[in-house]
Design a protein around this ligand. Structure first.
Ligand SMILES: Cc1cc2nc3c(=O)[nH]c(=O)nc-3n(C[C@H](O)[C@H](O)[C@H](O)COP(=O)(O)O)c2cc1C
Length: 185
């Protein structure tokens, strides 16, 4: 079965990212078409990139990198749940991406962004970064407004059309994750 990691791109105390990722996960698991797992960056406590060699070498000196590598290797595709910080994604997520290389390649990705303006700029930056890593990013996207789609700016209450967009996005993600799998065997 295809395995999809739903990456919580925020590590901030009081983050809303975790509840957004849980909304995604709850809807995704009901589909029954893949294994969907939450991947919490906070669980890995990655420092600022501290590997002596570039990730493209595949030679890791740190235990935290090995643990992160093992987890990411296990997936066929990803939903990146990203906040928008100063018109980009979080530093924590960019750093976590930079730790690895081959683990991302020839896999599919989709984005659920959120922020004052829906976080679209964060997702655009992520698309650029992931393109470098040979990740296939699907066009369908979910953008949630902190004002319109959250209760008290913290509890997700997305308008109904967002569920429809999430469904379309996951359809595309599953198709591409499945299509890319043979490239990696
Ligand atoms: C450092 C920082 C920068 C932010 N910059 C933006 C921004 O450029 N655009 C935007 O729409 N929202 C911005 N916001 C609002 C965040 O998108 C919003 O607070 C969101 O809840 C952050 O995600 P998190 O709670 O999961 O950390 C910023 C928030 C922080 C903490």
């Amino acid at each position: 079965m295809i395995r999809i990691g739903i990456v919580i791109g925020s590590t901030r105390p009081g983050r809303v990212g975790e509840s957004v990722a849980r909304w995604v996960h709850d809807l995704a698991v009901k589909r029954g078409d893949a294994e969907y797992e939450l991947v919490d960056l906070a669980d890995y406590a990655l420092p600022h990139l501290d590997e002596p060699l570039p990730a493209a070498t595949g030679q890791y000196a740190r235990e935290h990198t090995a643990a992160w590598s093992e987890r990411i290797s296990s997936f066929d595709g990803f939903v990146f749940v990203t906040p928008e910080y100063n018109s980009s994604t979080s530093g924590a997520l960019k750093n976590a991406i930079d730790f690895l290389f081959a683990e991302w390649a020839d896999k599919a990705a989709a984005f659920v962004s959120y922020g004052v303006d829906g976080g679209a700029r964060a997702a655009e930056h992520l698309r650029q970064v992931l393109g470098r890593l040979k990740v296939a990013d699907v066009p369908a996207q979910v953008t949630l407004s902190i004002y319109a789609d959250f209760e008290d700016f913290s509890v997700p209450r997305p308008a109904p059309q967002h569920e429809e967009r999430l469904t379309a996005m996951l359809d595309q993600l599953l198709s591409w994750a499945t299509a890319l799998r043979p490239l990696r065997v």
